[in-house]
Design a protein around this ligand. Structure first.
Ligand code: SF4
Ligand code: SF4
Length: 494
């Protein structure tokens, strides 16, 4: 398949080919100035084709920029973009209280401090809420967002502006230090702690973060629990040979802490900046590698068949939209960006939802009912009646875990409300992966469908992978203050 990518050296757009070889999907490309590049795109061709079935073209919820220089330089969002914001990222600071050997983006490394003001943050969030449909979820990130002055106030501001989901991506150091801080976050309305969690021993942290951090992570989780937070998602950065042998143990750790841990969302490493080729090839891991390792390390209890791409659930949005008569967010990101499943835990065993729900049949059925509903009022009633009476046939109650409420899925569709979804999430463990792109495997087809967007102080909304590959330095520098000025004024303040 022909597509467009980036030259990893000059970041110019170049032609690329995505092709199958030896059961794997590879990408190759050539830059006039910098030569040939190749990399693995997906390491399992059959899973690649399965996921490709759910390619879906959606719409952006807002147009801010024009098409001038071409994608990905026109971000954004420009008229070419095909997904609305499903999760917005706001960097609160580029300062950090951890010094990861691989990080080149923090204040210490870049020499400047990037911290949008409170007024800018408010404007940025307003912009997100003006999308159609309004962006529902925001994640504060960095640097380390918890060390930003006024962090709790910022969480409160986000809730006040109507975001129904507010989360923070954190290394957990501030949380481990203070139970009160966790309580303050809970009281301000924070929903989820998106916790950097690279493994269940100290070794992966020594390699990736330069410190043995496991105790800090455990203390952070305990303080979240005591502080009244209800949701922690473990976020491992996966690197081949460093922590891919622990993916089963990480999921088992989550299952033992199901009272507070809602999911494990792995991020296969993406290589930014200049990277030694042998380091890139030995560390590269893809979503199918993760899924295979998980299958092996759970003795087949979480098989590869249980995973589906993000746009698999688009039918649910169509259904709720037809039912409520209001635009709903479509999860229309590219099918090769991410994978997910839900598992239940019973008697120490994992039971993926796909073991007892015919998920493909159910989604087809829901899509048909959404179409029927959108035609007329009678159609609406007929479709709802069918959901009530026929929806259950997609669930095999013999195989379902006892914790599974047999009406849960019907309730979600019937009410389409947050409580039903929250109830489902309390009982199930989410297992997902998203492979952020780097200039080596960058695919314009993917980034044009991106639904994870940065919002910036200059009033733009920029897809995550485009921001990190292209736009971050110019945005940050335009709003930065030199590091020594900031350090000096802080020292004086104190
Ligand atoms: S990534 Fe999206 S917003 Fe950015 S230039 Fe491409 S199509 Fe436009
Ligand atoms: S952040 Fe990157 S990997 Fe994720 S949906 Fe956007 S383009 Fe795809």
């Amino acid at each position: 398949m022909k597509t467009k990518s980036l030259c990893p050296e000059c970041l110019n757009v170049i032609d690329a080919e995505v092709y199958e070889s030896d059961g794997k999907i590879l990408m190759k490309k050539s830059c006039d100035k910098h030569g040939e590049f190749d990399d693995i795109y997906w390491s399992d061709a059959s899973l690649y084709y399965k996921f490709a079935r759910w390619m879906y073209t959606g719409n952006a919820g807002i147009r801010i920029t024009n098409t001038e220089k071409g994608c990905p330089y026109d971000c954004g969002l420009c008229p070419v973009h095909k997904s609305s914001t499903m999760l917005a990222i706001i960097d609160l600071t580029n300062r950090c209280n951890q010094h990861c050997p691989t990080c080149f983006a923090n204040a210490a490394a870049s020499g400047y401090v990037y911290e949008p003001t409170m007024e800018q943050l408010q404007e940025m969030m307003k912009l997100l809420r003006s999308e159609v449909p309004p962006c529902p979820a925001v994640q504060f990130a960095g640097g380390e967002p918890t060390i930003r002055e006024g962090f709790i106030e910022i969480v409160r501001m986000a809730r006040g502006m109507g975001f129904s989901h507010v989360q923070v991506a954190t290394n957990g150091i501030a949380l481990a230090k203070s139970e009160q801080f966790c309580r303050d976050m809970a009281e301000a309305g924070l929903h989820t702690v998106y916790l950097q969690f690279d493994g269940v021993t100290d070794e992966p942290y020594r390699v990736l973060r330069g410190i043995p951090a496991l105790k800090t992570k455990l203390r952070a989780i305990e303080n979240c629990r005591k502080g009244g937070l209800k949701s922690v998602v473990l976020v491992p950065t996966l690197v081949k040979g460093v922590n891919d042998h622990q993916v089963g143990d990480m999921v088992r750790f989550a299952a033992r802490n199901l009272d507070i841990i809602r999911g494990v969302n792995a991020q296969p490493i993406s290589f930014e900046g200049r990277v030694d080729e042998s380091e890139r090839r030995s560390g590269r891991i893809t979503i199918p590698d993760y899924i295979k390792a998980l299958e092996e390390q759970t003795d087949g209890e979480i098989p590869r068949e249980s995973f589906y791409p993000v746009p698999f659930v688009v039918a649910i949005s169509h259904f709720v939209e037809a039912w409520k008569g209001m635009p709903q967010l479509e999860f229309s990101v590219h099918p090769h960006c991410g994978a997910a499943t839900y598992v239940f835990v019973e008697n120490g065993k994992f039971i993926p939802i796909t073991e007892f729900v015919d998920v493909e049949g159910l989604m087809e059925f829901i899509e048909e009912q959404a179409e029927e509903m959108s035609k007329s009022r009678i159609g609406k009633l007929r479709a709802m009646m069918r959901i009530m009476t026929q929806g259950k046939k997609f669930i095999d109650h013999e195989k379902a875990p006892s914790v599974f409420d047999k009406f849960t899925l019907t309730n979600i569709l019937d009410k389409g409300n947050r409580d039903s979804l929250a109830e489902f999430h309390r009982k199930a463990l989410f297992i997902g992966a998203m492979h952020f792109q780097d200039p080596y495997n960058f695919d314009l087809e993917r980034v044009q469908r991106c639904g994870i967007h940065y919002v910036t102080p200059d009033g733009r909304i920029i897809p995550f992978c485009s921001y990190n590959a292209i736009h971050r330095p110019s945005v940050e520098k335009a709003f930065a203050t030199p590091l020594h000025v900031r350090v000096h004024s802080r020292a004086t303040d104190e």
